[in-house]
Every structure is written in structure tokens, then in C-alpha cells.
Design a protein around this ligand. Sequence first.
Ligand SMILES: NC(=O)C1=CN([C@@H]2O[C@H](COP(=O)(O)OP(=O)(O)OC[C@H]3O[C@@H](n4cnc5c(N)ncnc54)[C@H](OP(=O)(O)O)[C@@H]3O)[C@@H](O)[C@H]2O)C=CC1
Ligand SMILES: O=C1O[C@H](COP(=O)(O)O)[C@@H](O)[C@H](O)[C@H]1O
Length: 508
Amino acid sequence: MEPTTFVLFGATGDLAKRKIYPALFNLFIDKKLPQSFSIIGLGRREWTDASFRTNVEQSIRDFSRRKGTDAVLVNEFLQAFRYSVLDIDRKEDYQKLLLLVEQREQELRVAPNRLFYLSVGPEYFEKIAAHIQESGLGSAQGWKRLVIEKPFGHDLQSARDLNEKLSKSFAEEEIYRIDHYLGKPMVQRLEALQQTNPVIQAIWNNRYIANVQITANETVGVEERAGYYDHVGAIRDMFQNHLLQMLMMTAIQVPSKSAADKVRFKKKQVMEALEPLQKQDVASSIIRGQYAAGSIQGKPVVDYLAEPGIAPASMNDTFVAAKLQIDNSFWRGVPFYIRTGKRMKEKSTRIVIEFSEPLKQSSSTVNEQAAPNLLVIEMSPNEKIMLQINTKDTENKGEFKPIQIDLNPGDHDFPEAYESLIQDALHGDATFFAHWDEVELSWAWVQPVLEAFEENLVPLHKYASGTYGPAEADALLAQDGFHWWFDSKLEQNNEAEEGKQYAYHANH
Ligand SMILES: NC(=O)C1=CN([C@@H]2O[C@H](COP(=O)(O)OP(=O)(O)OC[C@H]3O[C@@H](n4cnc5c(N)ncnc54)[C@H](OP(=O)(O)O)[C@@H]3O)[C@@H](O)[C@H]2O)C=CC1
Ligand SMILES: O=C1O[C@H](COP(=O)(O)O)[C@@H](O)[C@H](O)[C@H]1O
């Protein structure tokens, strides 16, 4: 890997502490960092190199999955760290930074390859990019890359404005937009699953698949982020980015050699084929919810409107469920159901592919008894890929029973999403970063939904905390003859489903 100077804006912040330093450390332990690697942390706080290193060390101790590592190795890792006070608005601070970067490159005798990671609020992206350009930091002889964190805009227009401004300083191929769901090991395996298995490739279409369900449920509420979340809601916080990215990754027909540009081109094609919604019709495909008081794992929790910092009459969405259709030859007629919510019964992030009914057999009871085949890509609470198939129940002669096969047994030490993503950015591999085309098309699809919410054309359903959201989200599937898989309430409510659910959980 080429020598790199990693310039981190927002080095004193929460994301750096909880995700970036632990990820860098894990990469260091796995020998996945460049041999010559230098990190320059920036913030307004008057830290020194020494206090910066102390903070980084603490973050490793608190958040790395390699906490117990030998102190000598930790110390070796920390030697790469330097700190410089920088106020985003002060031109002269960028000159000081340039000198430090050049000094480090000379000390290490390395080419000026510079990765600028903006772990700061999005309101600063444009300013920092322009300063990098003007100060000369971005015009050395090596490569330059810009890594940015969501949100990439607040709606279609603001996203376009932001992109236009960034593109004055960085070319599209130099911009790495992090969507941490793309770094999740199981999302990455989804690509490999298709790419390397002709049997999966062959059935990855509307001939064999009845519907696709994408769930990202959380038990947490708004927490300390009221100022941000009450203006954003589930639709912007999760749906526009993470969930549409999962939809794209599921619906692409993965090219046999998945070069970044090919994968991203296929994702763009999926977004272009996504049937658009008209503002007036949003209510028939989208369910909007907001959590009420309830209990999570036995503990009482308050109504969203009673959360500190939330406007008393807020109409913000904390839950969204949607039915989407992709109008292309592979997916025409296959509904994609997507949902995400806060204060749900359990943390569960998964993609379920439900295959069509088995072919008609001579005895009709076969079809009645057999559960659908399912492919489950589970990201949380466990990371696994499962295939549900039917077999004979040896205890109840003549009956069928669904069994679940773990497709990656014994493989449980997965890298964190940020590890994979930072490693890819260092390599210059943009496959698992969001291209501007995808971001723009996602905002374009979501825009009528934002407007329909704004104009209250979509009812806001209250749901008790600790449930699976409003009943209307179940009805969205029920009207098509489906239900959400693996919601544990089915165990209580539907005897016919009970065996399937227990069978699944028993194998977990
Ligand atoms: N935290 C998380 O889990 C996630 C965060 N994100 C995104 O990552 C970004 C950073 O978030 P987070 O770390 O939580 O935010 P924090 O508020 O914890 O940190 C903000 C950072 O920005 C720096 N900063 C703010 N203003 C200035 C300025 N004028 N000049 C120089 N530095 C400045 C702060 O440094 P100092 O105070 O020293 O000036 C601090 O290091 C945001 O875009 C957020 O949306 C995305 C996903 C998850
Ligand atoms: O980006 C975000 O994601 C988290 C959920 O991420 P996960 O990896 O734990 O599933 C969400 O809590 C947060 O609101 C959102 O900004």
C-alpha cells in the first residue's frame, strides 16, 4: 500500500474516538496500514501531540476489539500521531498544517499522498475542501482523497448544492462518501455471495423471488441527538442512505469482476429503475410512525414528544415502512419492503429474500405444509447468512419442517465497518462508498416523500415503544399476502407460523 498522510479534521470528536481510532488500530494490528503512515489530528482544542496520543490510547482501550493488545504495540501505533490546532475558518491554520504535513513527508521520505478525512459537521465540508485547495494542501504531486460522513444534504437541492461546491476542489473519483452500512461485513458478503455462486445468480430474479424485506430496527430512542434528529427523522437519517444502499446492493446483478465503477454503475441502474412515487400517492406505499411511551426490555421509556429537546408538537417520523418496486426485467413484480424504526422491540438489521412457492406437487398438502425458502442476511444482533429449506420431520412422520443452514459457520471475528472502509479508502477502492449518482438518485426518489410528510399527506401513526411499529406496516405486506419475517410477535399470534419462527430461533 502506498505511503499515506491521513489528515483528520474533527480529531477531538465523538466519531473519531468511537470509530476511527479503534478502526485504525485494528488495521495496524492486522498489518493493513501502509508501512509509512502518518496521522495528523486537527481540532480547536489546545491539545499537544502527547495529549492527543493519550486520548487516542483511551479510545482504543474503550472501543477497539483488540483492547487487550500489548502496550509495546500500542505505543508503536501511537508514534504515527501528530496534532495541530486548526480552526476551520482560519486561513493561516491551513498554512501551518501544510508545513506540518510536508515536514512529516520529508521525515518519512514519502510521496505526498494525502487522505483528508472530514469527521466534522456537514456545514463545514465545503469550507474545508476550498481551504485544502487554496492552501496548496491539495496540489502536491501525489494523490489526494476526501472522505466525508453523511449527511450528504438535507434534500435533493441541498445535496446538489453541496456536491457542486465540493467538486470545485475534488474530482468525483477523489471523493469517498462513507455509508457505514456498506462497510458491514454481511453487506459486503452479499456481493460475494452473488458473484461467486452461479446457483444464487441463477435464482436472483422475479422468477424465483416472491419479495424482499429489508429491516433496520433499533431499540434506542433519539438519545442526546434531538437537535439533529427532530429535523431529520427516520426518512433522512436511515432510509435515504443506509436502507436504499441495502436495496441497491441486494438488487444489483453483480458483475463477475466487481470493479468499483461496474458495481456503482449497476447500483445506479437499480435506482433509475425504482418506480417513482408521486406526492399524492405516497400514503399508499409509505407508513410513517412516531414512538409513544412503552417499555424496552422491561424498562419504561417515554413518548418521543417527552424526550428532551423535541418540539412539543413535533410531527417527526421515528419509523418508516415502505413498499418499493423496481421496474426492470429482473425485479418487475417483486415488492421490496423496507422499514426502519427507533424504540422497536429489538435491535435487528437484516435482509430477507423470500422465494416463491414451491412448484406444485401431486399432493396439495405438500405446498400447504412447506414453509417458503428464505435467504436471510443478518447484520444484527448476529452476523450470519442463513438459508431456510424444508425437510421431512423425522418425529412427525409425513410432515415437513423448515431447517436453517448457517452459510458461514465458525466465521465470527468480522472487522468493524469502519475498518473495511478506511482500508478501502487507503487502497483507493471506492466499491463500498456511495457515488454521487446514487446519492442524487436516492434524494430524488425520497423528495416527494419528504414533501408529502411536510404537507401532512401521510398519516403519522403513534406506536408503543417496544413493539414492531404501527399495525399499518404489517398491513402493507398483508395486502399482498406476505408478512414480516422473524418478528417475534408472530410466535404469539400465529400458530401456523409458530413452528417456523421457533425453528429459526432455535438455530440461532
Ligand atoms: N458520532 C457518530 O457516531 C457519527 C457521526 N457522524 C458524522 O460525523 C461527523 C462528526 O460527528 P461527531 O464526531 O459525532 O461530532 P462531534 O461534535 O463529537 O465532533 C465535532 C468535531 O469537529 C470539530 N470542530 C467543530 N467545529 C470546528 C471548527 N470551527 N474548527 C475546527 N474544528 C471544529 C470539533 O473539534 P473541537 O471541538 O476541538 O474544535 C470536533 O473534533 C458529523 O458529520 C456527523 O454527522 C456520522 C455517523 C455517526
Ligand atoms: O447512521 C446512523 O446509524 C445508526 C444505526 O447504525 P447501526 O450500525 O447501529 O445499525 C443510527 O442509530 C443513527 O441514528 C444513524 O444516524
